[in-house]
Design a protein around this ligand. Sequence first.
Ligand code: ATP
Length: 419
Amino acid sequence: MIIINYLYIGIDDTDSPDGMCTTYLACDIIRRLKEKNIDIVGYPRLIRLNPFARFKTRGNGGVSFKIINDEKVDLAKEIVLDEVSKLSMFDCDNTNPGVIFYDGEITKEMEDYAFKAIYSFITIEEAEKFGKSVGCEIHKFKKGRGIIGSIAAISLPLNDYTYELLAYRAPENYGTKRQIDYVSVMEMDKETFPDTFENVDYSEGYIAIEPKTPCPVLYGIRSNNVESLNKAKDIVEVSEPIEDYCIFLTNQHTDMHIQKTDNISQMEQFGCYEITVTVKDNPHVIDGGHMFFKVFDETGEIECGAYEPTKNFRKIVSHLRAGDVIKLYGGIGEQNTFNIEKFQVIELNDVEYRNPVCECGKRMTSAGKGKGFKCKKCGNRIKSSQKVKFKIERSLNNGKFYETPVSARRHLSKPICRM
Ligand code: ATP
């Protein structure tokens, strides 16, 4: 049996809010490797990590790919380090690139490390110690924070995965308005959804494939398979040059950041969870348009938030009422509130207790504590103080999922169309 030995390459933290994108850098490196007849094996990977990580630029993504470990690896390493040195946004304080080379098997402890990078926080020192202990070759630029994500990007197993096709702009156009024909994007969505998804937010009139930052990405299309990406690419029309395309295998839209729990008291700040709870009070809006309500289980209670950027989702949330049982998906953020990404209705509380209706048709009022009810119209009285059970109409449906709009969705959140 021939055992193929790979060199894994992980790269992270090369960009800043003013420019660059680690995926672009990877695409550039892959092109340069190809010029030297070094092909990568499979697709490059774009791995999203803890959405609450403090120093993220945008979506906390690290990149990795692998090549065959042969006599060309030294040349490959040189090309990778050269390009990271040339293209990273070193002027930004928060840009601290890290590159990892690793030529062994991906072990269980490396996989565990990767999940830790999604679920919680890792320090640069911890990453360095761990990387050395498993035999990674570590390259830190400036503080080298990128090694945290680079090791995770190499190590994460992908049981569920999606793809993203990224189109990159010609450098002379960086920072200018992107020349994308929006009608063609909607046409592409119509032709390829739900194989592709997150293309357009119709509720907010928002073209989601177009970034809003001055980065090299012209557009990014997300999908369950490569065939539909190629189809989508042919439909989207642009009137500016495309320097290159690259398809990444990703953990985007897999809910990989979500941990299942059945215990509110075990949930921690900056963790993301799936949990079944009961609504305690009816949702209310505060200044700024954020919507809040409390939920509980037998171990405790927590405040949930549907924040202003979730737009119309707040309207859906406003239909929840005390006593509803729901399955929540989301994370506990800065303010210690549970930020809802989506929820499934398990059982609606469609029961309301009201005063009885009098024979004359008028709703009765209380006749005083423990004294039953009286009718103000005809004077009729009932001795029992027992209210009457009514079934009420609800605009939510049992079993149904409700989610934030595309414009407010996290990279890792699994959209309903993938559930
Ligand atoms: P983009 O999405 O545009 O590539 P980004 O949002 O991924 O940018 P980075 O520039 O990569 O942001 O910065 C994120 C930093 O956070 C990296 O240095 C990465 O190593 C680090 N990081 C990732 N996960 C964790 C974690 N769990 N704990 C601590 N640091 C982390």
